[in-house]
Ligand binder design. Structure first.
Ligand SMILES: C[S@@+](CC[C@H](N)C(=O)[O-])C[C@H]1O[C@@H](n2cnc3c(N)ncnc32)[C@H](O)[C@@H]1O
Length: 214
């Protein structure tokens, strides 16, 4: 990975969200020492979204969940170098994180960008979007909260749309229309940058949580 070595763990510690055992829903005010809306990104990879979002929205708190430890540490290094204290990164399975560690109706937004589609039958168990995950998305968003989903895989996009249709609490919003990037870090995520530079099609959706229970 580019951009220099990661910082020592002592320097990263303020940005790492440890996962206590047994799991219980986080009280975000004690994680961040302040009460602001919380947004979660699942599968943040090299962390471009969290870095940009943390910088541009100091009025919000962001939590990233990533299953690969080296990406957690890489992104924590990016956060620490910029002093972005409104962002925390956890290492774990985003499906279990939502189910076991996030209280109902507690999130302002949920971001899922370019999840691996895991099409092959033998890999299906690793797929992020399942009927259970769609239910969790609806459960954790507060009324008016928004799920942002972007993928480069058209079939996966339609499969997710079909799953989310079964959640009566979620209603589709018009998809976002991204502008032209002004510089090399002005992209939604690292994968978005890669695919836009390749001229690949990108499928974007947003869903708002209404008042109805799922
Ligand atoms: C294709 S990459 C996209 C990374 C980033 N969202 C982007 O757009 O640049 C998918 C990421 O999701 C992570 N991931 C896969 N399954 C996950 C899970 N169950 N929970 C959390 N992260 C997961 C992978 O390790 C990888 O970093």
């Amino acid at each position: 990975m580019r951009r220099g070595p990661r910082l020592p763990l002592e320097e990263l510690a303020p940005y790492l969200l440890e996962l206590p055992d047994p799991p219980a829903p986080f009280d975000w005010t004690s994680v961040f020492d302040a009460d602001r809306p919380v947004e979660i990104e699942i599968g943040f990879g090299k962390g471009l979204f969290l870095v940009n979002a943390g910088q541009s929205r100091p009025d919000l708190h962001f939590v990233g969940v990533e299953i690969v430890r080296k990406y957690q540490l890489f992104t924590a290094t990016r956060l620490a170098k910029r002093g972005l204290h409104n962002v925390r990164v956890a290492c774990g399975d985003g499906r279990l994180f939502l189910r076991d560690r996030v209280a109902p109706a507690s999130l302002h937004a949920l971001h899922v960008y370019f999840p691996d589609p895991w099409w092959k039958k033998r890999h299906e168990k690793r797929r992020l979007f399942t009927p259970e995950f769609a239910f969790e998305c609806a459960r954790v968003l507060r009324p008016g909260g928004v799920l942002h989903f972007v993928t480069d895989v058209e079939d996966y996009f339609h499969m997710v749309a079909d799953l989310l249709k079964l959640q009566p609490a979620l209603r589709p919003l018009p998809p976002p229309q991204p502008g032209e990037p002004a510089h090399d870090l002005d992209y939604l995520t690292n994968f978005e940058r890669k695919f836009r530079k390749q001229g690949k099609a990108i499928y974007r959706a947003r869903y708002e949580r209404g008042e109805a229970a799922s």
